[in-house]
Structure formats: structure tokens, C-alpha cells
Design a protein around this ligand. Structure first.
Ligand SMILES: [Zn+2]
Length: 462
């Protein structure tokens, strides 16, 4: 039995009543929230007591789409100014050199960055397994950092010889992919509330995966009750590929291969029409919105306001670190708010007098990053701060230069409007991952050194 008491913070609960406590506290027992409310109403003793006067405290952010391994190939010069297909073709041969150690190191780098930006649960999509790499390498690395992980067993089965985009050297057989997927589910997947690890099946994209693998993956996932994830409708190039290869637009292709349902979430979902939004609504599919990546690769702007109005679950993702080129999830909340405003301005949405048609607010963007992400991953035990839920939260000291003048007017919105910075505390299941601005579960300096050595080797090997 261990207890933690946090007091005197400005707490944003993200509960259904949108409650905020200007002098709030949380009492945690064995990783779960037992009480939350005004500091004066909480127990006064605990094993650990933390006074967070002057701090804003929110539910831990939930990252719904990432490729941790890409931290090793950030800002690679030939891939800096390319759209998705050219970017991928430049990077596939480099990624083919990844080793199990590279997967381990890059996972720790990405998760450390995420933790320092307020993230407590991350989904990752690993779809290349060269030189003996396994999803197990990522899972082992994540355990040391201490964030909750939804590890997506990605896959590619359609190489160039079958009309796909990736070279044949980085794709695998359907038989091996399905066997390994089943092994991973049986070894790691855990349903209990507060689970630290879940497995997701995630064939990579329409242009790198055979239709048979899509169907068989869906069948396998549903036998075990695990979720399904893939890239979809990211670019116009992909749409054209789907029309040429399958005779369907991306969303109707998903219906064709049985990839619609509340157990499915799609990364990007930029190029969709109104009918396709209704399809997502009807089948309760979720969306991982990755605004920075969509801007970086010049992919387009996802119709987030339409998704939200249709009641579709939308979460945020930083996407792979080679198309962001960072893993700062709170910065992604900011990007989501700003990009939504660009879209809403273009469509004339904000020009209406209807008060429900206003620009995306900072609190709405934070909702996407917390409750929205939890819903997309199918979690009811995280995403808000309420009794019975996981004690996953982050806190930021408002007495910083970046918030000066803003934090006094509205500390919650200041987190989003002002310059994104490192958080002061990140707590997962009552355990400190970040404390006083530093990650405490590993040595950050040593990690940077190892990571840079691996990144250099990856580009110098030929
Ligand atoms: Zn991606």
C-alpha cells in the first residue's frame, strides 16, 4: 500500500462536468486516484506529499500515433523537403539498417521526450523489423522509462514487386507476420484497468500491405479483442494508389477488408469526404490527428471540426519523429489548435454567429490530447482525473518566463497558447517519471550520447 498526496495545484480534471479546482489536490493509493477536489477536503497525510502551489496539473496526455524508431532519422537532409512518398522512398533503405539496439535506444529517446512533454500513455507503430529486431525490444525499453504503452505490431507485406511502395528488402511474409502477431498478443496483451501494456495489430498502409493481410489481421485481432490501427487517407497520392490498385477510395477499401468498427483507429484521415465521415461515425472508428506531420510533409489539413461535430473520437499523435521532428505532445496540442483555426477560417466556419461554431479553444485542444486520445485507444481508466481512474498526470510551474503575463490571466490556456516547454512533473500510476523538470527513470545525458552514436552509424553504413 502506498499513498501520494498532491496539494494546492490548479487542477483541470477533464471530467464530464469539465471541473477545475483552483486550489486542488489529489490523493492517490496504489496507483489509482482515491480522492480529488479542493485541497481542504482531502486527507492530510500520505507516504509522499507534494505541494504544487503555482502549478497547473492536468490528466496525462495520450499519444495516439508515433514511430519511435524515427528519432534516429530526424532532419536527414535528403528527406527534409519531400512529400510523403518521396520521404518514405528516401528513408526506407536507411531504416533497413536498424538493429535491435537501435529500436531499444530510439524507444527510450522518444518516450523520454514524451514524458517531458506531459505524456503518460503512448501508442507506437513499429512496422519494420530488420536485422533481428522485434517488438519485444521496444517493450523492454519502454518498461524502463515507465510510460503506459500500446505497442502496435506493424507490418508490410506488399513490396515493389507486388506494386507496393517499399523495397522488397523491408517487407515480410503474411504467414510470419500473423504468427508473430499472435505470439506478441499471447505474451504481452493485458486488459486489466491500469494496464501498462497492450498490443495492437497495425498493418502499415494501403500502399505497403496486401489485402489478405488486412483481412487476416482484423480476424486475428478480433479473436483476441485487441485493437487495429493503420495509416489512412493521409495524402492524395495514397488516394490515387487505392483507386488504381483496389478500385476504391481509402475508406471504402477499409470497408472492403473489414477494417471498420470501434476497435479501429486511423492515423491522419486527412483526405475524406462527407460520406466517408459518416462511415467513421456509423462504425465508431477513431482518428489520430497528427497536425505537425501533416504540415511537415505537405499532406493537408484533416477536417477535425467535422469529425468532432459527428461525435467521432479524435486523439492527437506526434507521428514519427522523422516527420515532426520531435515528440513534444503538448506542442502537438498547440499545433492542433492553431491548424484547426486555419481550416475553420478557410471554410468560413468561424464567421457564423452561431456560438457553437467558434474557433477551436485551448481547452478543446487539451481535451483531444487527453480524453480524446484515451477514447481512441479504447481506454476508460485514463484521460481524466476522477476517483477510481489511474493516477496519471503532469504539472507545470507557471512561474516561468514563457508564461509571464499569460499564466496570470488563464493558466490552463497559457499551457497551449504560450511557448511549449518541458513539464515539471509527470506521474504514471502514482510513480514519478519526471520530477522537478528532470526524467528520473533513466540518465538523459547518457541516452543522448548513445542515441547520437546510433543515428550517425545508421547514416554512415552503406
Ligand atoms: Zn505514421
Amino acid at each position: 500500500m502506498s499513498t501520494l498526496l498532491v496539494k494546492h495545484a490548479y487542477i483541470v480534471t477533464m471530467d464530464d462536468r469539465h471541473r477545475e479546482y483552483p486550489d486542488g489536490g489529489i490523493f492517490v493509493r496504489d496507483g489509482f486516484i482515491e480522492h480529488i477536489g479542493h485541497t481542504g477536503e482531502l486527507p492530510i497525510t500520505a507516504d509522499v506529499i507534494l505541494d504544487l502551489s503555482g502549478h497547473v496539473l492536468l490528466p496525462g496526455l495520450v499519444n495516439t500515433h508515433h514511430h519511435f524508431y524515427q528519432t534516429l532519422t530526424r532532419v536527414v537532409p535528403p528527406a527534409q523537403d519531400a512529400n510523403l512518398f518521396n520521404w518514405l522512398k528516401t528513408l526506407y533503405p536507411i531504416w533497413a539498417r536498424l538493429t535491435p539496439d537501435d529500436i531499444f535506444i530510439s524507444t527510450q529517446t522518444a518516450l523520454t521526450e514524451l514524458a517531458l512533454s506531459g505524456c503518460t500513455t503512448a501508442s507506437d507503430h513499429l512496422y519494420l523489423f530488420p536485422n533481428g529486431s522485434k517488438l519485444d525490444d521496444e517493450i523492454a525499453a519502454a518498461k524502463e522509462v515507465g510510460l503506459r504503452l500500446h505497442a502496435s505490431r506493424g507490418s508490410m507485406s506488399r513490396g515493389e514487386s507486388k506494386g507496393g511502395l517499399p523495397p522488397d528488402s523491408v517487407v515480410d511474409t503474411e504467414k510470419h507476420i500473423l504468427k508473430d502477431s499472435q505470439r506478441l498478443i499471447e505474451k504481452y496483451h493485458d486488459f486489466v484497468p491500469g494496464t501498462m501494456i497492450q498490443i495492437v495489430l497495425a498493418p502499415c498502409s494501403p500502399f505497403s500491405v496486401t489485402s489478405d493481410l488486412m483481412r487476416e489481421s482484423a480476424k486475428l485481432a478480433r479473436e483476441y479483442g485487441v485493437h487495429l490501427h493503420t495509416h489512412l487517407a493521409e495524402t492524395e497520392d495514397e488516394e490515387q494508389f487505392c483507386l488504381d490498385m483496389f478500385g476504391h477510395r481509402p475508406v471504402s477499401y477499409m470497408q472492403e477488408v473489414d477494417w471498420v468498427g470501434e476497435d479501429v483507429w486511423f492515423a491522419h484521415a486527412v483526405w475524406v469526404n462527407d460520406e466517408e465521415i459518416k462511415t467513421f461515425q456509423h462504425y465508431c472508428c477513431g482518428v489520430a490527428h497528427c497536425p505537425t506531420s501533416n504540415m511537415r510533409l505537405a499532406s493537408g489539413i484533416a477536417p477535425i471540426r467535422k469529425y468532432r461535430n459527428a461525435g467521432i473520437n479524435v486523439g492527437l499523435g506526434v507521428d514519427g519523429s522523422a516527420s515532426n521532428d520531435g515528440s513534444h505532445l503538448l506542442a502537438e496540442v498547440r499545433q492542433a489548435m492553431l491548424l484547426a483555426r486555419v481550416k475553420e477560417g478557410i471554410t468560413g466556419f468561424s464567421l457564423s454567429n452561431d456560438p457553437s461554431r467558434k474557433l477551436m479553444t485551448a481547452r478543446e485542444a487539451l481535451y483531444l490530447g487527453t480524453r480524446g486520445g484515451a477514447a481512441v485507444l479504447g481506454r476508460t481508466d485514463i484521460g481524466s482525473l476522477e476517483a477510481g481512474k489511474c493516477a496519471d498526470f503532469f504539472a507545470m510551474d507557471m512561474n516561468r518566463l514563457e508564461f509571464a503575463g499569460g499564466g496570470v490571466h488563464d493558466p490552463v490556456s497559457a499551457l497551449v497558447f504560450c511557448q511549449p516547454v518541458r513539464v515539471d512533473y509527470t506521474v504514471v500510476g502514482g510513480k514519478f517519471i519526471v520530477s522537478e523538470g528532470n526524467v528520473v527513470t533513466l540518465d538523459e545525458r547518457k541516452l543522448i550520447k548513445k542515441h547520437n552514436k546510433a543515428a550517425k552509424r545508421l547514416l554512415s553504413d552503406s
